[in-house]
Design a protein around this ligand. Structure first.
Ligand code: FE2
Ligand code: FE2
Length: 340
């Protein structure tokens, strides 16, 4: 029994002796693999590192190329735009004169006046002048009542009121003149009278309500209107006589006298009292009054609004029997030319 037990002890001892050898062999192999791995890892890393810079370098190298390419393209586009822009601008400039030239080419067509005989030209001028003064009378008939309302003295209010009735009647008599000429009554905007009416409105706006200075200003404005009418009717009377239109000359002469009488009356009112009262009013005015004046001016603005331009412009639109449009007028004239 003791021999049998001794044999396994030998095998165990042999195993023990062999085990360290295997372990040593494994240990000896393991470092080799690790060393190999370690040795290989730096190679891969080095390889990666070596590759990465290449890629990066390639990217870097490529990036500038792209950027350069973009830059190269961008200037081309910009250059193309710049090159195109002047072309467009040049095209516009080139077309603008064409358009302007086209307009100029068209404009003279309007500007071309068909002159008839001397007699026909005078007839047309006389007719056009009548249209102007007819417009003036009709618009004065609307503007005068507003001046009457704005005036301070009863004497001036009465004078304006009387002349308003005359003005309405004068417009009716001008319609008779149109009829005698074989024409229908037609108003054509009178720029001069429009300006004079606006000036009267401004005077009311810039003077104190209830003052003699306002009356003095209204008289100045009204006399400018009368002088314009006197000049117009005086000239038309003479032309009518030359044209052999005695009946028309008589009607226009009658109106002329009314305008002259009104002018004289306005002068009398101004010189008789109002101008002097305005002078003393101005001398008596103190600094306190100036403050009041400002307040009154504010009140007056409301009143002036009643004398707005719309009243002037829309006047003849209200009258169905009166044509007031310049274009219509031109059309009529063209028709007349065609008839001739
Ligand atoms: Fe008049
Ligand atoms: Fe008048």
């Amino acid at each position: 029994m003791a021999k049998a037990k001794k044999q396994p002890a030998k095998k165990a001892a042999a195993k023990k002796a062999a085990a360290p050898k295997k372990a040593a062999a494994k240990k000896a192999v393991a470092p080799k693999k690790a060393a190999a791995k370690k040795a290989a890892a730096p190679k891969k890393a080095a390889a990666k590192k070596a590759v990465a810079p290449k890629k990066a370098a390639a990217k870097k190298a490529a990036a500038p190329k792209k950027a350069a390419a973009k830059k190269a393209v961008a200037p081309k586009k910009a250059a193309a735009k710049k090159a195109a822009a002047p072309k467009k601008a040049a095209a516009k400039k080139a077309s603008a004169p064409k358009k302007a030239a086209a307009k100029k080419a068209v404009a003279p067509k309007k500007a071309v006046v068909k002159f008839g005989t001397e007699s026909e030209q005078l007839d047309k001028f006389f007719h056009d002048s009548l249209k102007d003064i007819y417009w003036a009378e009709k618009n004065l008939a609307k503007a005068l009542p507003k001046l009457q309302k704005a005036a301070t003295s009863q004497e001036l209010k009465d004078a304006i009121s009387e002349h308003t009735q005359q003005t309405i009647d004068q417009a009716s008599r001008l319609e008779e003149v149109f009829t005698l000429l074989g024409k229908k009554p037609q108003a054509q905007k009178c720029d001069a009278m429009e300006g004079l009416i606006k000036e009267a409105q401004t005077i009311v706006e810039e003077t104190q309500k209830g003052s003699n200075t306002r009356d003095a200003g209204i008289i100045v404005a009204a006399q400018k209107v009368e002088h314009y009418e006197i000049a117009t009717y005086g000239s038309l009377v003479q032309l009518a006589k030359v044209m052999g239109q005695d009946e028309i000359a008589a009607i226009l002469g009658e109106i002329l006298e009314e305008e002259k009488t009104t002018d004289v009356l306005l002068t009398e009112i101004a010189e008789g009292s109002i101008n002097w009262q305005a002078k003393s009013e101005s001398s008596a005015a103190g600094s306190d009054d100036e403050d009041d004046e400002d307040e009154d001016d504010d009140d007056e603005l409301d009143e002036v609004e009643e004398l707005d331009e719309a009243d002037i412009e829309e006047d003849d639109d209200d009258d169905d029997d009166v044509e007031d449009d310049d274009e219509e007028d031109d059309d009529d004239d063209e028709e007349e030319d065609d008839e001739k």
